[in-house]
Ligand binder design. Sequence first.
Ligand code: GMT
Length: 375
Amino acid sequence: MMRIGMVLYPTFGGSGVLATELGKALAKKGHEIHFISYRQPARLEAFLENVFFHEVSIPKYPLFDYAPYETALAGKIVEIVRSNKLDLLHVHYAIPHASAALLAKQILAEDNKDIPVLTTLHGTDITLVGREASYEPVVSWSINNSDAVTAVSKSLVEDTLEHFQVKKEVLMIPNFIDFDRFNKKPKEHFKKAIAPNNEKILVHTSNFRKVKRVDDVIRLFHIVQHEIPSKLLLIGDGPERSNIEKTCRELKVCDKVTFLGKQEAIEEILSVCDLFILPSERESFGLSALEAMACEVPVISTNAGGLAEVNIHGKTGYTSEIGNYEEMAQFALDLLQNEEKLESFRHAALEQAKKFNLEDIRLQYIELYKKLIKP
Ligand code: GMT
């Protein structure tokens, strides 16, 4: 049995989702998992055996215009490692988790405790925000000083090597899917409620940030709904929400678009959908696309980052250049207007998703943890 500290963002973002699901899957195998974050992680809904949650509170003080989260996190990690005798820290998303964990490691070294730090890079920590001049030296240092580093796709490994001064091997362990939860469920009553006239259902889920280009989803849908009776479901929320609603109004498609907000049982909604749309400008992996594929929903996406490693063009869906929503619309129509083809893509999407099954990936992490934990 290993005792793992899992440092993560608690939001619906991919890195937090992946970290939570990994922790839960390890706990099921008898490992003790300590989640560390500023809020209860979104996917940690119920009591689970072997799972603990530690909230990082950030003391306020009038001097602080910016409360020092990284310091509070490092201090909390030290306390948790000491009181729970943790064997390893697995931090998800480099900023500021990796540097905070490495600071904690240095503090703990004074107790003669050598706690290994495994950093998993998830995407924008490398491809976007991590490249900002004020963060880059810290991210490079954190990568080079972690005991091991993984990235979630080949594309993200390449981006890391290209943009940072890396002296360390960056291993690739892809994201995974739990088929016990993500599978096509018989939710015909849902389908009837959303598409009473048997319209095709397109779906997009994200955090509605600029990189997701949700506007392109609306533009693509605008073209599709002219050709075929269809509905669009938008799941999630975020900073671009009002701009997206504006585009819906401009294109006069509001009556066919439903904003569902943040949803827990996403697999139930995916189960009644025909196509998943992900036109991101950057996407190191595209966990949301994998979730759709596990529910037998083909994907129309860009070829950004690691998306093409998940969504196989012409087989599980189609990939286009960033911004080419017109081509993506034609690809969508190609599938929606051909029932047999759509069915074969549904099948291929499921088969491809199986390559990322939880058991295999969990094993890869367990093997890596064992290598890092010194007896
Ligand atoms: O998409 C986001 O902005 C959330 C982000 C995160 O770190 O929470 O997601 C990233 O990590 C996910 C899990 O590894 C990947 O599936 C996403 O592709 C990646 N997002 C980007 O690269 C933009």
